[in-house]
Every structure is written in C-alpha cells, then in structure tokens.
Design a binder for this molecule. Structure first.
Ligand code: SF4
Ligand code: SF4
Length: 184
C-alpha cells in the first residue's frame, strides 16, 4: 500500500491521489484558426495548436482520488497548490513538473488520461470528434469566456494549501449535465 492509499482509505476503499496538468500556460489564442479544430485529429495538431486547444478551465488541476479496487476516478474541488484560482492557470508552468512531481502532462492523450479529464475538456471533445463549445476561447475569440460561462474552477475550487488531506473525501464532486460541480 502506498502512502496516498493509506491516507485516503475509507468509504470507497483505498483511494490514490491523481493530478493531471492543464496543457497551456498563458494560452495561445488563435481564433482565426478555430475551424481547424473541427477538422484535425489530435495527432495532427502542431505544438502551438495543441497548446491553444486548452480552454483554461483548470479542471484537470483538481486533485482526484482513485479507488484502487475499482479503478474509478473521482474529482475533488481541491486544486493543486500551483493553480492560480483567479486565472485558473498554472502559476509556474515552466517548472511545474519539477515542483509538483505528480503533475502529469496531458500529451500524449492516453485512455488512462482520458479517464482523468472532465468530459468538458477540449482534448476529450476533439478526440471524440465533437465540436468545441461556444464558450471555448477558440470559438469566442477571448480567454475570459470560459470563466464567464461558469466552466472554469474560478468560483468553486479550493487550494490544497488550505485543505488537510483528511478532508479530501468530504470534498468529492461530480459534474452534472451542465458541467457544474455537485457534491458526491
Ligand atoms: S481540463 Fe482540458 S481544457 Fe481544461 S484546462 Fe485541463 S487540459 Fe485544458
Ligand atoms: S503543477 Fe501546474 S499544471 Fe500541474 S497540476 Fe499543478 S497547477 Fe496544474
């Protein structure tokens, strides 16, 4: 049993903690190339296009707990300590992998990582051949649209800096059909 499993053992069996990093730093806004996202596959995106595809919601930087018996993953409203809760961006993107060892890059997107991403994630949508939402910055043409539409974690995430490990299970959430967080 690893340390996290011991920490989060409880009503859902042994739970391990997972972090998946957001893909972009300041977000490269490319509204003039937005139509490309509806035609290209993820594997066809160049680095700049890949980065621009991130909507900046910050949901992947929420701590997640995994039931080590079932393998099911549960989101919490607890955000990685490096996530800026206002911009919903990583506060030290260049050094994130050194500062947060369990931060995991989205690329390349694997089936396991897909299970760790919210359904609203732009990478999942493109991977599924779905169109981006109207609030996606590539469609709206401005970065704030993800916040204005209530799709980022800005209004409800809590930094792990102010949460004790023992509280994580009380902060489990799921996302409803409108992608709003509801207590689990
Ligand atoms: S969940 Fe997806 S779209 Fe949202 S910040 Fe993370 S990688 Fe970007
Ligand atoms: S280190 Fe940065 S990119 Fe990685 S999970 Fe934390 S806030 Fe997200």
């Amino acid at each position: 049993m690893d340390q996290n499993a011991a920490l989060f053992g409880g009503k859902r069996g042994f739970l391990t903690r997972i972090l998946l990093a957001l893909s972009a730093d300041l977000g490269v806004l490319m509204s003039d190339s937005a139509p490309d996202w509806h035609r290209k596959k993820l594997a066809e995106l160049n680095e700049q296009e890949w980065e621009a595809l991130c909507d900046g919601c910050g949901r992947c930087c929420l701590q997640k707990l995994q039931d080590t018996d079932s393998g099911m993953t549960f989101f919490t409203r607890v955000a990685c300590r490096l996530l800026d809760l206002d911009s919903c961006r990583c506060s030290d993107y260049d050094n994130r992998l050194q500062k947060v060892p369990d931060c995991t890059q989205v690329a390349p997107l694997t089936p396991q990582k897909i299970a760790w991403l919210p359904a609203s994630c732009a990478y999942r949508k493109v991977d599924n051949g779905e169109p981006l939402a109207a609030w996606h910055p590539l469609c709206s043409g401005h970065q704030d649209s993800v916040h204005q539409a209530g799709k980022s974690v800005r209004e409800w995430a809590i930094s792990e800096c102010v949460v004790d490990d023992s509280q994580y299970e009380d902060l489990l959430i799921e996302f409803d059909d409108d992608d709003n967080p509801v207590p689990l």
